[in-house]
Write a protein that binds this ligand. Structure first.
Ligand SMILES: [Zn+2]
Length: 49
């Protein structure tokens, strides 16, 4: 059942390591950050590891 496999993979992937960082200054952010606390930029890069 490929659909089930995809769903399981997606659920597992939700907990996979993802790196968030500010596109402007490169500060490491968390998933909860919508803006960079250092420079105030709202451009957050999401980088799957
Ligand atoms: Zn920044």
């Amino acid at each position: 059942m490929i659909i089930d496999w995809i769903k399981q993979y997606t659920d597992a992937d939700r907990h996979a390591l993802v790196h968030y960082e500010c596109r402007r200054c490169g500060t490491t952010l968390t998933a909860d950050d919508t803006t960079c606390p250092v420079c105030g930029s709202d451009e957050v890069a999401t980088i799957p590891l």
